[in-house]
Design a protein around this ligand. Sequence first.
Ligand code: HSE
Length: 407
Amino acid sequence: MTTREKLRIGLFGYGCVGQGLHDVLNSSRGFKADIIRICVKDRKKRRRIPMSNFTFDKNDILNDPSINLIVELIDDADEAFNIVTTAMKKGKNVVTANKVMVANHFRELVDLQEKHGVSLLYEASAGASIPIIRNLEEYYDNELLHSLRGILNGTTNYVLTRMHNDGTDYSAALKEAQEKGFAESDPTLDVEGWDAKYKLCIITGHAYGLFLDPGEVFHYGINRISTFDIRYAKEKGYKIKLVPFVGKTNENTITSFVLPRFISSDKYLYNVDNEYNGVITEAAFADKQFFSGKGAGGHPTGSAVLSDISANSYGYRYEYKKYQQGTVSNYTRDHKLEIYLRYRNEKDRKLFALKEISEYFSSRQYKYVIGVVNLETLYSLREQLKDLDVFIVNTGRKFPGHPISSR
Ligand code: HSE
């Protein structure tokens, strides 16, 4: 039996997730961990627990030798990186939920763990309450994973659900998602697809052992969606979901991207609504698996943080098994995608150099076309796309050579 170390926690951040963790810790039976100190930034904010629990100086926690676990739940990714790396260099284990920080410094953080013999756990950073990282590490360690895709952002899924089901306006739905505590402090991270991309990069590290630079991965969000796009999807029996994808294109090469996608009613993701996330894995032996759970919010995210804290108490560390095996070594954007492109100006459409056009519609207000584009072309347009009056949806069409997929 493993001996459980008594945990004395130094917590950074007491926002939505920090408070969620506090609640979850207080209600969990049979597991004892003490939060010794909480470091926060805002001196004026009213707190729901006595001020004696707080400090405004990070060194009060980092230099306290009695604190053996740092839990980092702040918003600022640069400051989070400072705190986390300082703690690791001092030999302290860390639990974090900060996807921006992990995705942007992935390789460095993996190396620091090795160098200082410490553990950094971050299950809450991707899919919140869905234990996808530990599943990839432990269950899929020897699996030939063909692909992984899903819904990894609760805010956009909430907005798309409200628009589709209730005809709610985009801005009103986003406001609701913010009020419910799902959105990032800067919600452009959610709606432009950054958040989903960071999570996808973290997952890719554990699924395939490649620590991708997020800048190399194409992402496109939902901020340009219109009621016309929702109406089109409904008429065809689809929902639009923001779906990150990573998959093999051959034995040692993967591709990945984040794009809105049409989902028909026979697909698992069709009923993943509101702030729920869903992940579908397709593998050689396990075949298809579908995970679903709440992907945002204080308590679901707090539950994942608690699980990491508990894992930490019996010495759990990620082994980065796929990275050790090193079977995947290449990344490509040479990948065919069929897209729905809603646009206004013909010159914008030409930028995409669409092939195999199967549908075309033109009215005074809207035009759309369905055709095939290479992912590399989309990537080369990434800066221009921000200003174009267009909306792109992956139809999900399969091409020979694509990783297998049925539902
Ligand atoms: N803003 C994120 C989301 C929070 O909406 O999914 C959870 O990572």
